[in-house]
Structure formats: C-alpha cells, structure tokens
Design a protein around this ligand. Structure first.
Ligand SMILES: Cc1ncc(C[n+]2csc(CCOP(=O)(O)OP(=O)(O)O)c2C)c(N)n1
Ligand SMILES: [Mg+2]
Length: 355
C-alpha cells in the first residue's frame, strides 16, 4: 500500500520505521540493505557528525568565516540523499552539509564555501548553490523539475528548507505551482523546531507542516526525521512517484537542531536546557547505533576505527581548503554572466587600475 498517498497529515501519527528505542515498527519498510551496507551508512552518518564538529572548530579558531551546523539532522539529510539518484538535482538551503556531501560535493569545497571562498561553489555534483535567502529556492527546484518534465527527462529535483521557510510566501507559490504543473519534485522540510530564536509553536497555528500540502492539492507526509529508515522509505517513494509522473510531495521531517542557529548565535539566550535533554536520546546517531547493537553489528573498537578514518579524511579536506588560493578581487566581474556586459568590463578595468 503506498505510504504517501494514504497518509493524512491532519490526523495520522508521524511515520516511523524505528521507534525511539530503535525497535522496528514497520519491518516491511526497512531498506533492503545487508549488514555491510548498514554499517557503511552508519559510518557515513558518523562522518557527517565529525565533519560538522570540525567546521565549527575551524570557525572558532578563526580559520573559517562562519558555519551553520547540521548536528541532529544527519539522518534527514543522509537518508534522503541515499534515496535519490546522483543524476537528480538538489536545491539546498544553508544548513545542508549532509545532503551536499552525500550528493557528491567534496568536503573541501563545502569548507571552502564557509571560508568565504566562492570557489567552494564550483563543483561537478548536481547541487545548486547554497540559498541563504530563506525559502526562495524551492521555486527554483520546481522550475527545474518542470523543465525536466518538458524535456521528458527522468531527472527529479529535491529542495531542502527549514520549518521557518514554510511561513514564506515563496514556499506557498512553490508548492502551488508544483501541483499545477505536476512537477517531478520533492519538498524536503527539515522541521528542526526553530527558526533562529523563533520556536515552531510561534511560527504557525498549523498542527503539522506537512498539512500545508493540502491547500496545494499535493500529498504531504510527516516523518520522524531522526529515523534514517523512515526518511529513506518516504523519500524513495516520493522520488518514485515523481519519476512516474505522479507529481510533487511535501515531506516534513521532524528533527532537532542541537547546536546554535549559526556560529554567530548563542541559543542559550532563548532555549531551555530541558528541551535539549528531551532530544538528546532522540539523536539520529544514537538511534542508528542502538539498532546496530541489537543486530550485533556495532562494537567500541569498530566505532573507534571508523571515527579515526573519518577524522583523517576530514583533516585532509580542511587542509586542501586552506591551501586553496583566495579568489582574485576581479573574479566578481568574470563570473557574474557568461559574457560580461560593457558596463562590467568598464568597472573591472576601473577596479584593476585602482588596485
Ligand atoms: C528571506 C530571509 N529572511 C530572513 C533571513 C534571516 N534568516 C536566516 S536563517 C533564518 C531562520 C530560518 O529558519 P528555518 O527555515 O527553520 O531553517 P533553519 O535555520 O532552522 O535550518 C532567518 C530568519 C534570511 N536569510 N532570508
Ligand atoms: Mg528551523
């Protein structure tokens, strides 16, 4: 029975495959992964956690301008990333280390971006540039998906955005237009409970964010975003629907932002410690580890080994990023348009003369 079409976002309970204690509650929806694959995916999740910590440290050491942490959101990004094809297009917001990396952006490029070096946005992967304006890029994903449909290509798109973004006008335009055009796209909302210092409860009276899909006439499903298997199952089905010409899906992945909003923020000013205590046991990495432990697939030594391997790779990426030359000041003129306008040429000449 299709999961998405039968989900009622007004009344149904958040979809889980694993409950909070890592018991399998929907065995038929577990991905068909063998033990080796399960361990590989866990190692990827740990890698993301450690890469995230490293970027925060680089910022604290003054080696990186700013950074926006994904701690707590690894399952949402990894699970969805594994459920789409590398030929599909990802439209990220700013808190997206996980999906960008999993979809093929090298870690050194991600680090470079946060070091303020625009060459960090220059890569081969099908990942659009980071969108800092909140909620504008789901529209780009819809337009791209519509173009793919017109060209009869099997490519789909997926946009990532937060709970806060669902209060933006652009979001409603995007889901509405996607519905009308039957665009092959997925709206992947990571409801991490906060839009900087504004809690989810003060953003909207809507009971779920998934129910916003109803107004656009498209399916919406609320899932446990800290349950990697729920994320994988829902995204895989949404992707299959899109590819089969059944149109867009809104996924609300319920998760939690453990860290500050960004490295410029101090969440202790507005967030009670109890709340973090509530979410700590719900950490996606903790849940995945519990699941592996129950299957006898986890040990202290193995965790140590994969963590060491991850740290080695992360250090190498950070080193590469730091050794990359800074952009030239006149790069801003060269990369704005494919062919610079006469005005830009004039401004560039002026700048070079000035320098
Ligand atoms: C259009 C726009 N308005 C305001 C901001 C400032 N701003 C940056 S992040 C943010 C909150 C976003 O919250 P949410 O969508 O839940 O994403 P999260 O940061 O939690 O991942 C705001 C208001 C912005 N970048 N763009
Ligand atoms: Mg948020």
């Amino acid at each position: 029975m299709p999961l998405i079409e039968n989900f009622n976002p007004l009344t149904d309970k958040m979809f889980q495959v694993l409950d909070h204690e890592a018991n399998v509650v929907r065995p038929e929806l577990l991905p068909k992964w063998n033990d080796e694959k399960l361990r590989e995916v866990y190692a990827q999740m740990l890698f993301l956690r450690l890469a995230d910590f490293k970027l925060i440290n680089l910022q604290r050491q003054g080696r990186c301008g700013s950074y926006i942490s994904i701690e707590g959101q690894e399952a949402a990004q990894l699970g969805s990333g594994l459920a789409i094809e590398k030929s599909d297009w990802v439209f990220p917001a700013f808190r997206e280390l996980g999906i960008c990396y999993i979809h093929g952006v090298p870690l050194e490029k991600i680090a470079l971006y946060w070091m303020g070096n625009e060459w960090g946005s220059n890569y081969e992967a099908n990942v659009a540039p980071v969108s800092i304006p909140v909620g504008t890029h789901p529209l780009h994903a819809v337009g791209f998906a519509w173009a793919m449909k017109l060209q009869k290509k099997p490519t789909i798109t997926i946009s990532y955005f937060g709970d806060g973004a669902t209060s933006e006008g652009d979001f409603y335009e995007a889901i509405n237009f996607a519905g009308v055009m039957n665009a092959p796209t997925i709206f992947f909302c990571q409801n991490n409970q906060w839009a900087i210092s504004v809690p989810r409860s003060k953003q909207t009276l809507a009971k779920t964010l998934a129910q916003k899909a109803i107004a656009a006439g498209i399916p919406g499903i609320q899932i446990d975003g800290n349950d990697i298997f729920a994320v994988y199952a829902a995204t895989a089905e949404a992707a299959a629907r899109a590819r089969a010409g059944k149109g867009p899906t809104l996924i609300e992945a319920v998760t939690y932002r453990f860290g500050n909003h960004s490295t410029s923020d101090d969440a202790t000013k507005y967030r009670a410690k109890d709340e973090i205590d509530y979410w700590r046991p719900r950490d996606p990495l903790v849940r995945f580890k519990l699941f592996l432990q129950k299957k006898n697939l986890w040990s202290e030594e193995w965790e140590q080994k994969i963590a060491d391997e991850a740290r080695g790779k992360i250090l190498e990426a950070a080193k590469k990023a730091e050794e990359t030359p800074r952009p030239k000041p006149d790069d801003i003129f060269d990369y704005l348009y494919a062919k610079p306008t006469p005005e830009l040429e004039e401004q560039k000449a002026y700048l070079l003369k000035f320098l």
